[in-house]
Write a protein that binds this ligand. Structure first.
Ligand code: DC
Length: 223
């Protein structure tokens, strides 16, 4: 039997940083499901497919091959044979992912892939619907959140550190739009699973959040 830890929450709550660190500590694999939706969004844009056209998107998605590989422990996203790990990490790819993820046919395909990954080995998986739809039997579910202002501020600093142009007001607007879109879609919207532990990271450091999750893992004998 494999052990599963599900971490869900809105954009910019720090899920990937935290999930990666927890996975490393537990020697579980880390699965970033957002990267799969981002790859799917990029594919649609590359092929000129209108993201609001459900039929066209679902038909195109059925022929797309997305897979996950690990290189020195780091997740690589492979889109039809091409490694797109670097390409998916842009604000644009995040917006495309949010738009493509509303379509049930896209979700069905990616959820199946995620469930296969979660059944084969011990995983920490992060996303929007991991505790509710992908791994409903996970031994530990976390709903990680933070205020919009805090999330936007963190993203702003991250972009600045990378030397990229950043506009705080613009980032806040994008985060609000993505929150709305992710939590109002019909198919598996972003919601806290009833048995998920709510963690608000607004006033916590990354290390404090990691420590809190490791404490919960120890209580459930996942360490
Ligand atoms: O976690 P992220 O920012 O990489 O996710 C990008 C988008 O993908 C997010 O706005 C909504 C969608 N997504 C989803 O619908 N379900 C998931 N499990 C993960 C991401």
């Amino acid at each position: 039997m494999s052990y599963q830890i599900a971490i869900d929450g809105p954009a910019g709550a720090g899920k990937s940083t935290i999930a990666r660190a927890v996975a490393e500590r537990l020697r579980y694999i880390y699965v970033d499901t957002g990267a799969m939706y981002r790859a799917m969004g990029l594919y649609m844009e590359d092929h000129g497919i209108d993201l609001s056209d459900r039929e066209a998107v679902e038909q195109a998605a059925s022929g797309v091959n997305i897979s996950i590989e690990y290189e020195n422990g780091a997740q690589q996203v492979i889109l039809n044979g091409e490694n797109v790990t670097g390409r998916v990490r842009t604000e644009r790819a995040g917006m495309l992912a949010s738009a493509v993820s509303v379509h049930p046919g896209v979700r069905k395909k990616l959820v199946q892939l995620q469930q296969e990954l979660g059944s084969r080995q011990n995983v920490v998986m992060d996303g929007r619907d991991i505790g509710t739809a992908v791994l409903p039997g996970a031994q530990l579910k976390i709903f990680l959140t933070a205020s919009v202002a805090v999330r936007a501020g963190r993203r702003f600093l991250e972009l600045q550190e990378k030397g990229q142009k950043a506009d705080l007001v613009e980032i806040e607007k994008d985060i609000e739009q993505r929150d709305y879109q992710d939590s109002h879609r019909e198919a598996s919207p972003l919601t806290r699973a009833r048995d998920a532990v709510l963690l608000d990271s607004s006033e916590l450091t990354v290390q404090e959040v990691i420590d809190e999750i490791l404490k919960l893992c120890a209580e459930r004998e996942l360490l």
